[in-house]
Write a protein that binds this ligand. Structure first.
Ligand code: SF4
Length: 553
């Protein structure tokens, strides 16, 4: 073994794919010092640095909670025995068309996505879907994105709090904003976010985003609707439409960006379609920033827009087997515990231990422990770089899929990465005026947000020190309203779909400006996700937006 090791790879935690370098000295050295442990470095050539989430890489690769054995209903099993059993069971279920479904996370390589698609073919199913679910709405957009151009743009119009979801992009955006007098940063959202202090903010009523953008498009097309926004409860005046339109029309190198998270925007497919049109009419660039590292690549390879059929099929008992690569279905499918009884076979891969999981659980790898290719925001195929050895016992999902295909068909498969293009746009619903009524039983609005200190399901990050200190999950609400209500340290949130008792987070730490009547939760946590509906919207996209809620002591 060489005396020291250096791995140049990509941060696995979001689509910005920042470069990271993991180093350690000779682990076998007789003199053992700090340098013999894994340490994280940022590439000096990148001026974006890393966000707190990026720093979790080290905690995860060295976590004592890593799963290192195949577990079957909580009991350890030999890998080849488990593959044999799964292959036999899957072969039987696959005798009938579309009785097995595959869900694959956006944190996989292109090669793994092609393998997963091949596995789906061998299993006689077309039902292969993508998570995080909110990224499905973005697959038909071809990103017109350049890190260089964005930092030199004269106008950035961001829909969604990109500073929270993709933290290191904030450097480029602030640089662009400050580069020249007269440069603009506009921010449209349903709650003030981390970006607010730097931007001209337009905070509109939850559920009204697509409607507001449709009016903006009409205005830009010189097709002014006679609308008095002030009467629609949208919470912003009509002059905001005029201001945004004027800025977009006059920009010479402007960017429109869309960034969403579970439980936030309603009808994301409709929103991105409208924004894309606005970008085209005003001659600005448009890009979507997915949650997961390679959702654009994975979703486009597997074909996309299957999540509706998959979840419906499981709920309606039409599906017998579920395979989930890269995440536990119990954590990313809200309410899964209620309908897992409908399934006779469940296989999942995961990074960390989960001793009470029912089904086959395979120990998996992080993308820093993999080789392969991914699609960058700039629409280029990039390689992950040099991979760390997986923790003993863990295998990448690509290896797992190859073994399953071999077990099912007897054939060896070779992973490859081909051309990846956006998928065809799904037809979208008409833009309608949202119905806004006062709901006396559910007087609050619950909004899902992303916090950079959290990642994934929460199962991961609850293991990290930051979360151990501060606890989680939790809720935030308007500090004065909280004081007035006189509630204690824990509040029960009740929605039409579920309820969760959550501690009140440190309100002075919340980066969000929370109006009265709004409660927010980080939707990385299962306890928070389940408060939102696992139902499709009017565009038949499974990506919940803000919902009505009530609070109970
Ligand atoms: S913004 Fe943070 S999570 Fe995203 S790639 Fe960069 S360091 Fe990783």
């Amino acid at each position: 073994m060489s005396s020291s090791e250096e791995y140049r790879t990509k941060c696995p935690f979001c689509s910005v794919q920042d470069d990271i370098i993991i180093k350690r000295g000779n682990p076998n050295s007789a003199l053992f010092g700090r340098e013999n442990l894994f340490q994280l470095y940022v590439d000096v050539k990148s001026d974006r640095g890393l966000c707190p989430r990026g720093n979790f890489v080290i905690e995860l690769i060295t976590s004592p909670y890593r799963l290192r054995k195949v577990m079957v209903n909580g009991k350890a099993e030999d890998l080849s025995d488990a593959i044999k059993e799964c292959s036999t069971k899957l072969k039987k279920i696959a005798e009938k068309r579309n009785e097995v479904v595959i869900l694959i996370g956006g944190n996989h390589t292109l090669e793994e996505a092609y393998l997963a698609k091949e596995l789906a073919e061998k299993l006689n199913t077309e039902l292969i879907g993508l998570f995080p679910f909110e990224d499905e709405a973005l697959l038909s957009i071809k990103n017109d994105f350049s890190f260089n151009e964005i930092s030199s743009s004269d106008t950035i119009f961001t829909v969604g709090d990109i500073f929270s979801h993709s933290p290191t992009l904030s450097k480029l955006i602030i640089d662009a904003r400050n580069r020249e007098r007269g440069n603009s940063l506009l921010y449209l959202d349903i709650i003030g976010g981390r970006i607010s202090p730097f931007a001209e903010s337009y905070i509109i009523k939850p559920g009204y985003t697509a409607y507001f953008i449709s009016i903006l498009l009409d205005y830009i097309n010189n097709n002014k609707r006679k609308i008095e926004l002030e009467k629609t409860r949208i919470d912003v005046p009509y002059s905001s439409i005029e201001e945004i339109a004027a800025t977009l029309n006059k920009s010479k190198n402007g960017w429109i960006l869309f960034s969403n998270i579970y439980g936030h925007f309603k009808n994301p497919l409709l929103i991105v379609s409208l924004l894309e049109e606005i970008a085209s009419v005003t001659d600005n660039h448009f890009a979507v920033i997915p949650v997961a590292q390679n959702s654009l690549g994975i979703g486009r390879i597997i074909g996309g827009f299957n999540n509706e059929k998959i979840i419906k099929g499981i709920k309606n008992k039409e599906i017998k087997g579920l395979i989930s690569f890269g995440g536990l279905p119990t954590e990313f499918i809200p309410g899964f515990d209620d309908f897992k009884k409908n399934l006779s076979f469940v296989l999942s891969s995961t990074i960390l231990r989960k001793d009470d999981f029912t089904g086959y659980l395979f120990p998996s790898t992080l993308s820093v422990e993999k080789q392969g290719s991914i699609i960058s925001l700039e629409e280029e195929i990039v390689t992950l770089g040099k991979s760390l050895s997986p923790v003993p016992g863990a295998i990448s999902d690509g290896v797992l899929i190859s073994k399953l295909i071999k077990g099912i068909t007897g054939q060896e498969v070779k992973a490859y990465a081909g051309k990846v293009e956006p998928i065809e746009r799904k037809s979208i619903g008409e833009v309608s005026v949202p119905i806004s009524e006062v709901d006396e039983e559910y007087p609050f609005t619950l909004i899902g947000v992303g916090l950079p200190y959290h990642h994934g399901s929460g199962e991961l990050t609850r293991m990290t020190n930051w979360n151990k200190e501060r606890g989680g999950p939790y809720l935030f609400l308007n500090p004065s309203q909280y004081k007035e209500m006189g509630f204690g340290k824990k509040i029960k949130i009740v929605t039409h779909y579920s309820s969760s008792l959550l501690p009140v987070g440190n309100l002075s730490e919340s980066p969000y400006e929370i109006p009265e009547g709004v409660v927010i939760v980080p939707t990385h946590y299962t306890e928070c996700m389940k408060l939102f509906p696992l139902e499709v919207d009017s565009d038949r996209i499974l990506s919940p937006g803000a919902v009505k809620a009530r609070l109970e002591q």
